[in-house]
Design a protein around this ligand. Structure first.
Ligand SMILES: CNc1ncnc2c1ncn2[C@@H]1O[C@H](COP(=O)(O)O)[C@@H](O)[C@H]1O
Ligand SMILES: [Zn+2]
Length: 386
């Protein structure tokens, strides 16, 4: 390796480490898409021992790199076979929150589809209870799950701290839950999910998501449930424009949810409308490039939205499925679009504005960033050349 290559390797390593140290806000992460491959393989082995699946077949599917949109949804069907019993749901929830905290995600909105599964004695409610059990079981990190003003003894827990240098103290992470409506669901099932979100609002559930295979289902099926959530004052985020469904993109923009995911396949008119509505966008670079929603990293619509100062936040979507991490998504933005450290810091900090949790949490997070800003010494670099 010549001297210049060596310098580039060192610079990349340093930037990657900086992106890990940066406190981050994750607003778009699906629970079952965020499971470690090692856990999926372990679960597959256990099911193979019981004769339910053939391990080698499943291993090939998990380890194969194909991640087109249809392949992703085939994989989700497989993941759900592996993960959907109460104990496993608890395990993956625990691991996922620990993994996000380990890379200095300080606020996490994790979304998941509550599932009925008669054979496993599972209801949407018992599924969610299993998720919450997992979040509470995460011993390696300090998970703050409840609204700070709903429990008196949380005042102390909300004192902002963040560990940037070493594991001497537990990392603290605020976690909130979004309940996903799967596009395969009926109107009644979608309404059940919204009612469950209302019932569980004191247990960390703060919003509703619409997701699932974008070529399946009709907007009119979910609209009554989304309308119901809106009337109840529950914040909503919607997967929008993963495919070029003109009628639905128009309807979603007219519905005007609190946030949108992806916004890949918008035409000029829709693009203009999105920008005038200023709806914050959850940007998922790796996911969009892998599933074909964006032609390449370089041509990703992040650049257009960023230059237009549109509200946005970087997210992973499915960090397990796409072998990425939120730190890596920040690194990709630096490497692809040339953002400097102060610009990356500002991007991470701005995401606090778009969280669904209350003002107390926002206030705490602002303190976290203020403190981290000093430690990362980025503030002194603002205005300096890259
Ligand atoms: C790649 N782009 C995507 N587009 C749309 N929906 C997606 C998605 N990635 C994940 N999901 C949704 O999240 C579920 C898995 O997590 P949970 O079982 O809910 O925890 C998938 O079944 C799908 O409905
Ligand atoms: Zn998603």
């Amino acid at each position: 390796m010549d001297a210049e290559m060596e310098r580039n390797v060192d610079a990349e390593k340093e930037m990657r480490e900086w992106c890990v140290a940066l406190p981050k806000v994750e607003l778009h992460a699906h629970l079952n898409g965020s499971v470690r491959n090692s856990t999926l393989l372990e679960l597959a082995k256990q099911l193979a021992e019981k004769g339910i699946i053939v391990f080698e077949d499943v291993k090939d599917v998990i380890m194969k790199n194909g991640r087109s949109l249809p392949e992703c949804f085939k994989l989700f069907d497989l993941f759900h076979i592996l993960t959907t019993d109460h104990d496993t749901v608890t395990r993956i929830a625990k691991e996922v929150v620990e993994d996000f905290a380990a890379e200095n995600v300080v606020y996490l909105e994790i979304r998941t589809t509550p599932k009925n599964n008669e054979a496993k004695g599972m209801t949407k409610r018992s599924y969610m209870n299993a998720v919450i059990k997992g979040l509470k079981a995460a011993e390696a990190v300090d998970v703050v799950l409840f609204d700070s003003n709903s429990r008196t003894n949380d005042t102390l827990t909300c004192t902002p701290t963040i560990e940037l240098d070493g594991d001497t103290k537990k990392k603290r992470i605020y976690v909130r839950l979004l309940l996903s409506i799967d596009r395969r669901e009926t109107t009644l099932a979608a309404l059940d999910t919204v009612n469950l979100a209302l019932e569980m609002k004191d247990q960390g559930v703060i919003g509703i998501d619409l997701s699932g295979n974008p070529v399946v289902g009709e907007w009119e099926t979910y609209l009554p449930a989304l309308q119901h959530a809106k009337e109840l004052g529950i914040p909503i985020t919607i997967h929008c424009g993963e495919v070029a469904n003109r009628k639905e993109i128009q309807a979603v923009l007219d519905f005007c949810p609190q946030r949108l995911g992806h916004v890949c396949c918008l035409n000029d008119v829709e693009w203009k409308k999105l920008k005038s509505l200023m709806i914050p966008v959850e940007i998922c670079l790796t996911s969009n490039v892998m599933t074909g929603g964006a032609p390449s990293l370089e041509l990703h619509h992040f650049a257009d939205l960023y230059n237009a100062k549109h509200p946005l936040s970087l997210c992973t979507d499915d960090c397990g499925l796409f072998s990425t991490s939120l730190s890596n998504e920040y690194f990709l933005v630096a490497a692809t679009f040339g953002l400097s450290k102060p610009e990356l810091f500002h991007l991470a900090q701005e995401a606090v504005q778009y969280i669904f949790a209350d003002e107390n949490v926002k206030k705490s997070l602002k303190e976290v960033f203020k403190d981290a800003g000093k430690r990362l010494t980025v503030l002194s670099e603002i205005g300096a050349p890259n």
